[in-house]
Ligand binder design. Sequence first.
Ligand SMILES: [Ca+2]
Length: 205
Amino acid sequence: MNRVLCLSACLLLCLSACNASSDDDDDATAAPAVYVPECGPPMQGACDNEASIVRGTVRLGESLIGEDPEGDLIISLTHLRLGGGAGGGFFHAQTVIEDVDLSAGPVPFQLDMCSGGAMYSEENCEYNLIAVLDRNGNGSGAITPDDGEPTGRIGDLSVSCGGDAPCVDLVLDCTDGLDCVAFEDPSETCSCASDACESIYAACE
Ligand SMILES: [Ca+2]
């Protein structure tokens, strides 16, 4: 009888352990995969320096899945420390990808910082990288998200003359128009980095 009890107890312990292991496996399987953008080789830029090319993909955030995914994708670089935060920052460069459908997956892009003149972060500090899904054709040449247009902003992008070309995941997760890109102008001025680049202008001190 004791042997039977022992066998039963051991069997229960084993089943319990096996079930625990199975739950752990399920948890691991259920964990959401982290999205990592894939970027191709940097294109030729105006500065002949691959580091000036900002690469990445644009996608709809979870909260905007189901929104109209079609429009022109307008991707802009603006300066973080040259004023104009209420309007998304001082404009620097832009690229437009017409007629995208974000329901088909992330859309790749490349943008040449030097197309707006060489202003590396060593002398001009951070950039904002802003993407707007423009649905009414009024978005190019400025930062003009209309209410309801999916918009995303990365507010701490470094474009260094000595680094690799950035490769970023730009997520459209806001539909509040200009509020999506507005920021408070930093009170600190831009400090010059010790490594100098060939910038056409230096806002740093
Ligand atoms: Ca628009």
